[in-house]
Design a protein around this ligand. Structure first.
Ligand code: PHE
Length: 449
């Protein structure tokens, strides 16, 4: 039984804070650019609507009924084979893996907050600055990774209410406000109509199997599904919270922010004839160069953009750490301080390896096959572990937990028609669709078109 519970608004803000992150503002625009725009956005939106919401409800339900860390929740709720099901709860550690590179990227953002005052005057300069920073400037990257680590643990150590809820209470409104401001400004640019066209012109010729897999993986990443973040937060929901309605709010906020960020970013990009397919460097290369066109106003734009990006990152980062902290507290009776230092230490140290993997001096030794260590962690977590977590939750809620418990809680909230559609999707559509994704990543089957 959790003692400190979120307030209703606190939960919505914290869960939306977890969902809205680097995934929305950094990753979504660049993968949309890489996979050609509209058709990719379409698959992403469909996945969110049909798979994302379904699993989000299941994940919230496990936390709400389990009222504990993820391992204990699975163990408690499994009517039999408890010793086996508890292992599903170890998806909590996927968060620590994500946090290794996530923290490094928030560190880059911190660096770019300071760089907002002296923007590169063209794309070539911006590109070489970014590449030099990543490949040679170990000290600065390490310093910022350390600062990010310290901020994250100093929040999580204060716990759900005084730490996480409070952080989101301040940062979420500010970040939304800034992004809406930038979006409104971008409406005046000529590039805006091109941006609309790029994102919503569903040109299916550009769609291939790889794009679909990336879209599905990203749908998970962006709603923070499949690694017990939402589950762990849901263990501290106030009783009688409407899970169904809350899940819709979270998804709506997350999707709107991704679309707003994407539309604004591409509007700026097209205004100055930039390419949308710049990869992970998109917001670090193209944007600073474009903002420099606006003189001093551009400095303010860059500053507010990178601050909002840092805020989005931090509110997600705490949710990546909390599941394992909660695990150590419940299962090993560690104090919150000790649990936070332990989990924090793990991601901090592995994060340093991820950071070094992008550098000139160490990159060679940290590259395995086609990817370096940093990219491997991103790939393994997003494309494989998160969907796997989704399959486990779908099977668990769809087949294992007593149906009466699920039904008596959710049916009054959803109405029986939607409840039945949800259950059908959870039992059949989600496991089958996600199995394709996972099997394809493992190379067991090969979807290729
Ligand atoms: N949803 C976050 C984002 O879009 C990332 C995240 C994934 C956070 C999984 C928590 C759990 O950036």
């Amino acid at each position: 039984m959790r003692i400190a519970k979120f307030t209703r608004l606190g939960f919505i803000l914290a869960a939306s804070g977890s969902a809205v992150g680097l995934g929305n503002i950094w990753k979504f625009p660049y993968i949309t650019g890489e996979y050609g725009g509209g058709a990719f956005v379409f698959v992403y939106l469909i996945t969110i609507a049909f798979i994302g919401i379904t699993i989000l409800i299941a994940e919230m339900l496990i936390g709400y009924l389990g009222e504990a860390n993820s391992v204990t929740s699975f163990e408690k709720l499994a009517p039999k084979n408890k010793k086996v099901w508890k292992y599903a709860g170890f998806m909590a550690f996927t968060g620590l893996m994500i946090l290794t590179f996530y923290s490094v990227v928030i560190g880059w953002i911190f660096n770019y907050i300071f760089k907002s005052f002296s923007l590169p005057s063209n794309i070539e300069m911006a590109e070489s600055e970014f590449n030099i920073f990543l490949s040679t400037d170990i000290t600065t990257q390490l310093a910022f990774h350390t600062i990010v680590f310290l901020i994250i643990i100093s929040i999580v150590v204060k716990g759900i209410k005084a730490g996480i809820e409070k952080l989101n209470l301040y940062l979420m409104p500010i970040l939304t406000f800034i992004l809406i401001g930038i979006f409104l400004y971008s409406l005046n640019l000529d590039g805006f109509s091109k941006s609309l066209e790029f994102m919503f012109n569903f040109n299916f010729e550009k769609l291939n199997s790889q794009a679909i897999l990336v879209a599905v993986g990203h749908a998970f990443f962006t709603i923070s599904l499949g690694m017990a973040a939402i589950m762990t937060y849901s263990a501290s929901i106030a009783k009688h919270t409407n899970i169904f309605r809350t899940s819709l709010v979270i998804v709506l906020v997350d999707t709107l922010i991704a679309l707003i960020a994407g539309l604004a970013l591409f509007a700026f990009l097209f205004e100055f004839g930039s390419e949308p397919s710049k990869g992970p460097g998109l917001v670090f290369i193209s944007l600073p160069a474009i903002f420099s066109e606006f003189g001093i106003f551009g400095n303010i734009l860059a500053l507010s953009f990178f601050i909002s990006l840092a805020f989005a990152g931090l509110t997600s980062a705490v949710s990546l750490l909390e599941p394992s902290v909660q695990y150590f507290i419940d299962r090993f009776k560690h104090s919150r301080l000790k649990a936070t230092l332990l989990s924090g230490g793990i991601f901090y140290i592995i994060g340093i390896i991820a950071l070094l993997a992008n550098t000139k001096n160490f990159g060679g030794n940290l590259t395995f096959g086609s990817k370096n260590f940093f990219d491997w962690i991103d790939f393994i977590t997003t494309a494989f572990l998160l969907p796997l977590g989704g399959i486990l939750m779908a099977i668990f809620v769809g087949y294992i937990i007593q149906k009466d418990r699920v039904k008596s809680l959710l049916e009054p909230q959803m109405g029986s028609l939607i409840f039945n559609i949800w259950l059908f999707s959870l039992r059949y559509i989600v496991p089958i669709a996600l199995s394709f994704v996972v099997l394809n990543e493992l190379g067991v089957i090969s979807l290729n078109f």
